[in-house]
Ligand binder design. Structure first.
Ligand code: MG
Length: 255
């Protein structure tokens, strides 16, 4: 079992990361009101880009670190993650995931949420959305200071398994800070007491991805980015960036 290197953030780096997290959370709060039947992903992408600039941050997906064709990933229905914003209007009842990374002073914050367009979800959609979000908070609650990635994975997996959701295995959470993806991988499954030990002071992104079907995913070759469920089932994705503290953690991507 390995020890993840300490990131040793300076006070100024921490200040920038917290600011990036707050800005991201405020954009997400306002984004929810923009998501309506008939709106397109491209229109939302343009709105988010304007908001990031207005709030003095930088859209990491458009930097050379990622080179994504948009500032935000917009992933409808069977798209799990990395959906490219399109000109297809949203329909009532679409289940749409939004994943955004922004930076202030080079320090990154990463967060995602999934919602139902113009509809309070019921039945299977409600189960998928509520359970996936709940599993994110179960993962966060497993952090009480230095933590093994298996402790987080086991907590996430336990919630998703009980609801019989498919747990995406090929995509995982990650360390974050000066780069968007740092050590270690943070899987959404695992065993308590196993995995890499993440020290106090480090930052990680926890991001459960679940489906109403199986765990397998496939790359959509049409754009080289979009990742869908292999069986066409609906998927959901929730994510927060957290800073590990002495006795717990601080969710930096919330208001
Ligand atoms: Mg992430």
């Amino acid at each position: 079992m390995s020890l993840v290197p300490a990131q040793n953030f300076t006070p100024d780096e921490l200040r920038c990361m917290r600011e990036a997290g707050k800005i991201l959370a405020s954009i997400f709060r306002d984004l929810r009101d923009q998501v309506k039947t008939g709106v397109t992903g491209k229109e939302l992408d343009a709105w988010v880009e304007k908001e990031i600039k207005a709030r003095g941050a930088i859209a990491t997906y458009k930097t050379p670190e990622v080179n994504f064709p948009g500032v935000i990933c917009i992933s409808p229905n069977d798209v799990v993650v990395h959906g490219v914003p399109t000109n297809i209007p949203f329909a009532k009842g679409d289940v749409v995931g939004f994943d955004l990374v922004i930076e202030v002073g080079g320090m990154k914050a990463d967060s995602a949420f999934t919602m139902c367009v113009d509809e309070d979800p019921t039945g299977a959609k409600k189960l998928l959305l509520n359970t996936t979000e709940k599993s994110l908070y179960a993962g966060i609650d497993a952090v009480h200071g230095a933590v093994r990635t298996g402790d987080i994975g086991a907590a996430v997996e336990n919630v998703l398994k009980r609801a019989k959701l498919g747990i995406v295995r090929n995509l995982v959470g990650h360390g974050i800070g000066r780069s968007m993806h740092e050590k270690p991988d943070v899987p959404n499954y695992g065993q308590r007491g196993s995995g890499a030990l993440v020290p106090v002071g480090n930052a990680i992104a926890i991001e459960p991805m679940a489906t109403l079907g199986g765990w397998k995913i496939m790359q959509d070759d049409s754009d080289g980015w979009t990742i869908r469920t292999a069986d066409g089932s609906l998927a959901a994705h929730f994510e927060h960036t957290i800073l590990i503290t002495e006795n717990g953690c601080e969710i930096i991507t919330q208001l």
